[in-house]
Design a protein around this ligand. Sequence first.
Ligand code: SAM
Length: 320
Amino acid sequence: MGRSSKDKRDIYYRLAKEEGWRARSAFKLLQLDHEFNLFTGVNRAVDLCAAPGSWSQVLSRKLRARGEKGEKGDGGEEVKIVAVDLQAMAPLPGVTQIQGDITKVSTAQEIIRHFEGQPADLVVCDGAPDVTGLHDVDEYIQAQLLLAALNITTHVLKPGGTFVAKIFRGKDVTLLYSQLKIFFSGVTCAKPRSSRNSSIEAFVVCQNYSPPDGYVPNMSNPLLDHSYDVDFNQLEGPNRVIVPFLACGDLSAFDSDRTYPLQLDDGKQYQYTPPTQPPICPPYQQACHLRKNNLLSREDAPSACPSQSPHEPEPPAEST
Ligand SMILES: C[S@@+](CC[C@H](N)C(=O)[O-])C[C@H]1O[C@@H](n2cnc3c(N)ncnc32)[C@H](O)[C@@H]1O
């Protein structure tokens, strides 16, 4: 059988490979869609922080599957999907890639150019910074990334459109909800079954984009600053925004914190499936290469990416 220890550890990691998803995160978007019907009427979608691409795969399969020859969406309009990431991503059918930074206005302009001036119906963002392990720092950077995604969304989303983004339910969360409520009439915090209970990760599902009258999108709106606690996070009474929290995904779905036997179906023999599409030269690849080859202490150590086959990096799907 071989190479099964990681498979045993995480059912969604394993299913992702078996169903051909690039990362286990695909199930998070599928379960959010199951609860919120995110894809109905969507012809133009943006996937921010998309690599290695499982959310783009979900968008591609779901939106393009609806129409003739898989290329037209609801109402016969052409489906357009744009995926943005700092990192390169292997190509996907019907998905245009922009290798760029979501904190840059030039990225917003590039998305708009691709949609030929038409606004997007849906923006999703599963963005995560490289985690440091220092929880306060990680939560802060995650919140900044979410606000950068919100900023870019105000440039590209149509009124009435939907924005879905990963959020860490840390101490900034009240301020984040307040900022989201300025732009969307419906804000829900949702936890898909495939997101581990042990993780503070959840997703904000923001519906009915309705910016304040006269709002002009710009990329320099204030993000979180050091005094936010005084001004926002201690809001009380009617000023304190409390958003509904929803555990979503079919309750009979697999629990991401449990370990399951390898053989799920009676009478079927388990077979190892390799990852569908590892990321192309991710930032951690160099470190893994140095550690594996005992080169960590050598200053002249060669770079991992040019020599390493793109089919053999460390398994990435478990962390996404
Ligand atoms: C958890 S992964 C996304 C997984 C993806 N949703 C999937 O399903 O395959 C987070 C991604 O955020 C990207 N990212 C972080 N900061 C970014 C930024 N400022 N601009 C663009 N992408 C960024 C990282 O490069 C990384 O690929």
